[in-house]
Design a protein around this ligand. Structure first.
Ligand code: HDE
Length: 731
């Protein structure tokens, strides 16, 4: 507050120096007069709330009392102590102090969106679930994507599993399919979950590292837990650094049951398949994205939905019976196993479209309460011990996070079908029954009754056995599917797994933990183990880990497990970053922009000044980013549309070199106007180095360039850049 230091500060002097804050100041007599004047002449309560000076509604306390001054606390004199009479101040601060609810212990960082699920055909033969009875029916949905280990404020592109939690508001209650973007899990029994999560999150004494598994505790636990080896292959693959939520698969992970009207059960595994294909970023790219835009995934979902490019997935199922399950030598109740799609194809049964962002992040995305136990009639659980444990955990966790048993009254959690029961009272009850009868049976003929016909009937599976704490023999093979995953990857993807393992283990300080991990890798793939050992600087190889069951060498590769094999083959939904300068060829820029937009992809322009540039035809072109804020890691491909006149200045910008060098080392396609050759040269790139460096002088090569973009990366380049450098395995 600017007061002249020498002037004696009176109340009046203080008032007169409140820069622009006097308009609603009660201590200003002019204001009091105006407000009183208005209040006296009000017609009804409605008008009372339209009385502020600029025509805006009047600010009130939570109790509805109109507020006269929201800029100054009530004090004894302008420089005196605050008064407890100031109920407005106390209420405001009290509410602020309680704005946070506990963040989720896992999956704290997340982002959600609304949409719908559309059923393709009736599945009545398999399930009585109302949502699957009528072709073409649309069911409202809320989805929350998340990372697992990081805190709420952590960066989006951490190497981590992504949560893919779907709440369908069906006419027979909410169905929550609380899945991940990886079809298997670390552990086979829920009792290990707290240990696993403790080990993965920050170490408790130092509270770091944040949102990273690259530390001793994680790899210590993992290396002592052979059942996690299949999951380890997935998390060390590019699956854990997705380019966008829109380009990820989702999985229910566990085996569930469909149950039809005749109470017949079919086992089912759920898969979400993204319409725009799979895509991940490179690790070196992820690290840089997290610096350039920690909200990379949030922004991507927000921008695509706000611009009407609604992300879409197909819900697919693998359906099988007990006889089919008995043919495997692994157990379909074991959440560390998959059924390869080549053995049991996935069938699409509907589509999920996300078309609306929440109005309020806290109310919806933060307060949404997913629970595996939310299943409508026709969907049931299997005995997967992880699923059984989750069915306890989620309700318990919601009580803690949302503070009471009435969290189903919150709009985001409330079913969109009738709710009738005799539950009452409790914290923040908002759905309150009326009338005398709050129990049943009752003699008054009031209230709802149970229905054996329409009500949820649990599948009457035969269960028997002694009470034991035992891991079944059928859960003992920890390496065969880990190996199958590894051999299903393309060579660049295999290299990325080796590099990720090397990076993570290089952050592990305890040598014996690194060795223990390599001894597990030996049971998965010898070359992988030896490559990692070499990159870590091992002098000798450890012995293979003792295995409960030998690794099967006969499992066929499953191409469905490779991201590259499941790529989009088109540029739709992706982003081209065009670096422009003054003098940019206006025709070329226009042609390239429309070619890319025709592919339903997005163009963003980067210039040295965000204000923009003057194009060759004298027109002014605004940029989306200044070059420091728009590095090439934010784009799927780049183009350099420069001019002879401006290139010398551009070459002097260090960031422009990084823009090109990064795009190159991340194996992206680079289109360039010939005037940009000095920039390529500065980044150490020969113009004819590979198919991905393409000159863009005329219409023909423009079309060729855009059609190439669907490949997303020039994988052939990778071995020549540092990222994918092959190394000699340790003998
Ligand atoms: Fe969760 N998990 N989980 N989980 N999980 C939670 O619930 C839990 C597991 C998953 O966007 C918590 O509301 C146990 C597998 C997602 O709000 C908690 C076990 C899979 C989300 C919890 C598992 C998941 C959670 C924390 C081992 C993939 C975020 C906050 C038995 C199939 C949902 C919360 C959202 C969240 C418990 C294992 C997915 C503590 C005990 C396997 C996507 O209840």
């Amino acid at each position: 507050m600017a007061t002249k230091p020498s002037a004696p500060e009176t109340d009046a002097a203080a008032k007169s120096t409140k820069s622009g804050q006097t308009a609603n100041n009660l201590s200003d007599p002019a204001n009091i007069a105006t407000i009183h004047d208005q209040q006296l002449h009000r017609g009804d309560g409605g008008e009372l709330h339209q009385l502020a000076k600029d025509g805006q509604p009047v600010l009130t306390t939570a109790q509805g009392s109109p507020v006269a001054d929201d800029q100054n606390t009530l004090r004894v004199g302008a420089r005196g102590p605050a008064l407890i009479d100031d109920f407005h101040f106390r209420e405001k601060i009290f509410h602020f102090d309680h704005e946070r609810i506990p963040e989720r212990v896992v999956h704290a960082r997340g982002y959600g969106a609304h949409g719908f699920f559309e059923t393709y055909e009736s599945l009545a033969a398999y399930t009585r679930a109302d949502v699957f009875q009528r072709a073409g029916e649309k069911t409202p949905v809320f989805v929350r994507f998340s990372t697992v280990a990081g805190n709420k404020g952590s960066a989006d592109v951490a190497r981590d599993v992504r949560g893919f939690a779907v709440k369908m508001y069906t006419q027979e209650g909410n169905w929550d399919l609380v899945g991940n973007n990886i079809p298997v899990f670390f552990i086979q029994d829920a009792i290990k979950f707290p240990d696993m999560v403790h080990a993965a999150k920050q170490e408790p004494d130092r509270a770091f590292p944040q949102a990273q598994t690259a530390h001793d505790n994680f790899w210590d636990f993992i290396s002592l837990t052979p059942e996690s080896m299949h999951m380890v292959m997935w998390i060390m693959s590019d699956r854990t650094i997705p380019r966008s939520f829109r380009f990820m698969e989702g999985f229910g992970v566990h085996t569930f049951r469909f149950v039809n009207a005749k109470d017949e059960s079919t086992f089912v595994k759920f898969h979400w398949k993204p319409k725009l294909g799979l895509q991940s970023v490179a690790w070196n790219e992820a690290v840089k994205i997290n610096g350039a835009d920690p909200d990379f995934h949030r922004r991507d979902l927000w921008q695509s939905i706000q611009s009407g490019n609604f992300p879409e997935w197909e819900l697919c199922v693998q359906l099988f019976d007990q006889e089919f399950a008995d043919n495997f030598d692994f157990d379909i109740l074991d959440p560390t196993k998959i059924i390869p799609e080549e053995i049991l194809p996935v069938q699409p049964i509907g589509r999920l479209v996300l078309d609306r962002m929440p109005d309020n992040f806290f109310a919806e995305t933060e307060q949404v309460a997913f629970m595996t136990q939310n299943v409508p009639p026709g969907i049931d659980f299997s005995n997967d011990p992880l699923l059984q444990g989750r069915n306890f955990s989620y309700l318990d966790t919601q009580l803690k996070r949302l503070g009471g048993p009435n969290f189903t009254h919150l709009p985001i959690n409330a079913p969109k079908c009738p709710i009738r029961n005799f539950q009452q009272d409790g914290h923040m009850a908002m759905r309150n029954p009326v009338g005398r009868v709050n129990y049943q049976p009752n003699s008054f003929g009031e209230g709802p009754r149970e229905s054996p016909i329409h009500g949820y009937r649990h599948f009457p599976s035969e269960e028997q056995g002694s009470k034991v704490r035992l891991r079944p023999e059928s859960f003992a093979d920890h390496y065969s599917q880990a190996r199958q995953f590894y051999i299903s990857q393309t060579p660049p993807e295999q290299r990325h797994i080796a590099m990720a393992l090397t990076f993570e283990l290089s952050k592990v300080e305890t040598t014996v933990i690194r060795e223990r991990m390599v001894s597990h890798l030996l049971n998965i793939d010898e070359t992988l183990a030896k490559t990692v050992a070499q990159k870590l600087g091992f002098q000798t190889m450890p012995k293979p880990a003792a295995a409960a069951m030998p690794t099967r060498q006969d499992l066929e590769p499953s191409p469905a497990l490779s991201i590259v094999e499941r790529g989009p083959k088109r540029f739709e939904g992706r982003k081209l970053g065009i670096l422009i300068t003054d003098g940019v060829d206006a025709e070329l820029l226009k042609g390239l922009t429309s070619a890319v937009t025709n592919e339903k992809a997005v163009v963003e322009l980067i210039a040295t000044k965000v204000g923009g540039v003057t194009a060759s035809d004298g027109s002014w072109v605004e940029a989306h980013h200044m070059i420091d804020g728009g590095p090439s890691v934010l784009f799927d491909a780049v183009a350099l549309l420069t001019s002879d006149a401006a290139i010398d200045d551009l070459v002097k910008e260090a960031t422009s070199r990084d823009f090109v060098a990064d795009a190159f080392q991340h194996c992206k396609f680079i289109g360039y106007d010939p005037s940009a050759l000095p920039l390529l040269k500065k980044a150490g790139i020969a113009e004819d180095l590979d198919e991905g460096i393409m000159a863009l002088p005329d219409g023909d090569s423009l079309a060729a360039f855009v059609s190439q973009l669907g490949k997303l990366r020039v994988w052939g380049r990778e071995p020549s850049v540092k990222l994918g450098k092959a190394s000699q395995p340790v003998k």
